[in-house]
Design a protein around this ligand. Sequence first.
Ligand code: ADP
Ligand code: ASP
Ligand code: MG
Length: 476
Amino acid sequence: MSTPRQHIVVMKFGGTSVEDAAAISRTASIVAGRLRKGLNPIVVVSAMSKVTDTLLAAAAAAGRNQREEALKLSDALRTRHLTTAAELVTDADRLTSLQLNIHHDFDTLDDLLRGISAVGELTPRTSDHVVSFGERLSSLIVSAAFAQKNIHSAHVDARTVILTDAHYGKATPNERAIEAALTSQVLPLIDTGKVPVMGGFIGSCDGITTTLGRGGSDYTAALVGGALHTGAIEIWTDVNGIMTTDPRIVPEALRVKTISFEEAAELAYFGAKVLHPATILPAVQKNIPVFVLNSRNAENEGTKITATPPPCKTPFKSIAAKKRLTIIDIVASRMLLAHGFLAAVFDVFDKHHCAIDMVSTSEISVSVTVDSREALPAISADLSKIADVKFEGNKALICLVGEDIRGQSGIAGQVFSAISHINVRMISQGASEINMSFMINEEDVEEAVRSLHKKFFSSPDASIFDVEASAVTSTI
Ligand code: ADP
Ligand code: ASP
Ligand code: MG
């Protein structure tokens, strides 16, 4: 394994950490703090908050031939970016050059939106192109704001270093090519004392823009950290770290001080939005600690994700919920088919690139849960050839995660007695033995999470949890 570059730290700032001039100023102070400690930051930023959603809405409007609507959305974004730039950058030359760049990007975006509405069709490839403007613009502004605050920043177009395949909307990174590109383009910047600033989420394939999927800036940070074998990866967001559950459901949720890579990966996969599920892998491969930190409360030590966290007295560390799932009950239409039935069923999901979250089986029937809605009609058509199929939508998966559930007897009893008033549909204790999951109706999620949180986190183990809850007002 390569030797770690302990002095380099990848710092990823999410949408709320760059949402306006005040947030970007806080971000600059946090980066300046790392520089004072003698560290070399590489900064990865998301689009300003809600910009990705607005760009997708603009692209969708254009795809429906609603050109004016699309351009109106783009105009509002242009104003927001220009206003933020003017609030942050006071040096006249620097501001003029930044404004030119912003106008140039929006002119290109508007041409693109006009083109999409002219043909009235939005392909995944064009959608990636439209949505990439969020990170391209935020990284330009953040880089200029840093320079204004005497941080020697260097803007890097992420598309020149995050090289991927051509799976638009959710491209797979080519880790070797990324390592080579970062080594030749980004390390020299660090060697000359610069702070590279790049957008997350976006990449390219043969010069065509791609994206890594929603929430993908975390993944970019992990790819950069993994490729350069940095000393740490920091995910800066709007909560104090990984909490015992989503603080929007339980405002008194506690901060988890340390968590294992496996636990964090399960949580992310099963719906904890705080981390993109793919983030952990590059870090695990090189054993790079990942920290989740609060850019609004930078003094807080956040959550450390590491290979070997200390043991914990509470069986679980956190509870995640994933909504908008569908249960599919599949019953073999003829007993004859029983042999090889499961293989045939899974082939159908494989063919439609549809990931399955949970499975329960008998000899001739199988129930699975999936979170893809788009693929359902095609899956249904294929499954109907071999089985009777029934779909149940608006389901949710609740997942309790903790290394310390291994070998604990009676734990399932405690879980289900806490939610005995809620109708539970499918249950699974993962093969990894660090999660326990079950399906419920979507409308029961809040109640189930609150009841479970009360049961397992009312008297927490102080060495693992912090009794500091974050004040969050928004609702999901
Ligand atoms: P960013 O824009 O910084 O990437 P996200 O919105 O993607 O931020 O993720 C942070 C949000 O994740 C928090 O505001 C919180 O509501 C939500 N969240 C869900 N589950 C958890 C959890 N277990 N711990 C912390 N935050 C969580
Ligand atoms: N801006 C992208 C999104 O909203 C990527 C990210 O923020 O991680 O999904
Ligand atoms: Mg995120």
